[in-house]
Design a protein around this ligand. Structure first.
Ligand code: GLA
Length: 407
C-alpha cells in the first residue's frame, strides 16, 4: 500500500476557477490565489502558509510551564493577502465558500465562527500596539478541523505571519506565536497553552521542536524516522472535540489548584522523584491523578528528547505508550475510539501509540517500523468498521516547515 502524506479528506469548495479539480485539491496556494482574485479583482501582495502540528509527546504540559515536543505537518492553512487602506477586513473561506467583512474599529472578542480566528489576530496585534490596517484575505486549509492537529493555530499563525510581512513589523517568531495565542485565549476564548502556535510558527523541516514553556527556550531536535526504518502513522478517529468546551478548562483549573496546594508556581516545579509521597498532601484523589500526569509527562518529554538524540525509536515508542496510559487513567482525556486505536496498533507490534492534542477524540499517532504499517492500518480499520465506526482516515506524517511566505 502507498501511504498518503496528506489526508484524503481535505474538503475545498471550488470558487470561480480556471483550475482543474486536481490542481485545486492539491495546490491550496493556487486555490487561495484564485479566491483572492475572485474577491478583489486584483492580485494579492503575497501568499503565506502555516502548518498544523502533531505533538509527539508532552500533552497538557504547556499551560503548566512544562515541556512539549511537537512537529509541524505538511497539512497547513494557506492565505492570500493584500492590504486595504480603509480600515476594513474582507475574508473569503475557500473551504466553506463564505465571505465575511469587518470594520477593524468594531472588532470585539467572542467566538463568532471560523473567521474569529482571523479577526482576533487583527485585534490581538492592535492591542499589543502594532500598527496594522485592513486587509483582503482568502483562506484555505487542509488541516482537519477538531482532530487535535491545531487547525485553529494554523489559521492564526498564517495571518500573523502575513501581517508581520505586509506591515513590515519585524516581530520575532516567538512573539508572533504569542500573539496568535492571545487571539485564541482572549479573543476566541479558548484557554489553551502556547504549544500549537509555537509549533506552527517555529518548527523546521525534519525536526521536532523541544519547547520549554517557561523559559521559552527551544531546541530543534532532528527527527527522521524514515532513515531508521520507522514511520509515524496518523489515525484520525473522526471523534471530534472543542477546546472551548468545559473539560479543557477544568483540567487546567485542577492543575492550578494542585500547584497552589503544593506551594509551587506551576506543576513544572514538582519533581518526579518522591512524587507519590509529595502528592499525598493534595488530599484529593482527582487532583493527585491530574498532577501525576503532568509531572510524569514532563519527565517523559525529557526522556523522549534523549531517545531522539540517540535515534532510539523503541524507547520513544515506549514513552508514547506510557503517555497515552497516563492520559487515559490519570488525566482522563481519552475516549473509546482513541483507546481502541492504541490497543490495536500495539497488538500489531507498533513501537508506541498515543492520542495527540487536547483530547476527547481526534488523532492517534502510531510509531511503527515501516514494514508494519499495512497490517496496523488494516487491523485498525477493521476494528473500527467491526464496531460500527466509520473507517478512519490514515496518513503518514513527516516533519514539515513552520509558517512562512510562499510568494
Ligand atoms: C491543545 C492546546 C495546547 C495544549 C494541548 C494539550 O492543543 O491548544 O495548548 O494544551 O491541547 O497538550
Amino acid at each position: 500500500m502507498r501511504w498518503p502524506t496528506e489526508p484524503a479528506t481535505a474538503v475545498c469548495r471550488r470558487p470561480s476557477s480556471t483550475l482543474t479539480d486536481k490542481e485545486f485539491l492539491v495546490n491550496l496556494d493556487l486555490a487561495v490565489l484564485d479566491a483572492y482574485r475572485g474577491l478583489t479583482g486584483t492580485e494579492p501582495e503575497g501568499i503565506w502558509r502555516a502548518p498544523g502540528r502533531i505533538n509527539l509527546i508532552g500533552e497538557h504540559t504547556d499551560y503548566n510551564d512544562g515541556f512539549v515536543l511537537p512537529f509541524a505537518l505538511p497539512q497547513a492553512a494557506y492565505l492570500a493577502a493584500g492590504r486595504r487602506g480603509d480600515g476594513r477586513i474582507r475574508i473569503v473561506s475557500v473551504d466553506l465558500g463564505e465571505t465575511v467583512e469587518y470594520a477593524l474599529a468594531e472588532l470585539s472578542p467572542g467566538n463568532a465562527g471560523w473567521h474569529s480566528y482571523l479577526a482576533g489576530v487583527f485585534w490581538a496585534m492592535r492591542e499589543a500596539g502594532h500598527t496594522v490596517g485592513g486587509a483582503d484575505l482568502a483562506l484555505a486549509s487542509d488541516v482537519p478541523i477538531g482532530a487535535g492537529l491545531s487547525s485553529s493555530a494554523a489559521i492564526e499563525c498564517v495571518l500573523v505571519s502575513a501581517l508581520n510581512d505586509l506591515y513590515d513589523l519585524g516581530i520575532e517568531p516567538m512573539q508572533r506565536a504569542k500573539l496568535a495565542r492571545v487571539t485564541e485565549n482572549a479573543y476566541v476564548g479558548a484557554p489553551t497553552g502556547l504549544m500549537d502556535q509555537a509549533a506552527s510558527t517555529l518548527c523546521e523541516e525534519g525536526r521536532a521542536l523541544f519547547l520549554d514553556c517557561r523559559s521559552l527556550e527551544v531546541e530543534q531536535v532532528p527527527f527522521d524516522p524514515a532513515a531508521h526504518g520507522y514511520a509515524v502513522l496518523v489515525v484520525d478517529t473522526l471523534t471530534r472535540h472543542s477546546h472551548a468546551d468545559g473539560e479543557y478548562a477544568t483540567r487546567r483549573a485542577d492543575c492550578e489548584r494542585a500547584a497552589e496546594l503544593l506551594g509551587v508556581p506551576a506543576l513544572r516545579d514538582v519533581s518526579v522523584e518522591g512524587l507519590d509521597e509529595r502528592l499525598e498532601a493534595l488530599g484529593d484523589e482527582r487532583l493527585v491523578r491530574r498532577a501525576r500526569h503532568v509531572v510524569t509527562e514532563d519527565a517523559r518529554v525529557l526522556e523522549a528528547c534523549t531517545a531522539l538524540r540517540e535515534d532510539d525509536f523503541r524507547a520513544l515508542g515506549e514513552l508514547m505508550t506510557a503517555s497515552h496510559a497516563s492520559m487515559r487513567a490519570d488525566y482522563e482525556i481519552t475516549e473509546a475510539s482513541v483507546d481502541l486505536t492504541v490497543e490495536v496498533a500495539l497488538a500489531q507490534g507498533a513501537a508506541g501509540a498515543r492520542m495527540t492534542g487536547g483530547g476527547f477524540g481526534g488523532c492517534v499517532l502510531v510509531l511503527a517500523e515501516t514494514g508494519q504499517l499495512d497490517a496496523i492500518g488494516t487491523e485498525v480499520t477493521a476494528a473500527f468498521t467491526d464496531s460500527g465506526r466509520k473507517a478512519p482516515p490514515l496518513f503518514v506524517a513527516r516533519p514539515a516547515a513552520g509558517a512562512g511566505r510562499l510568494t
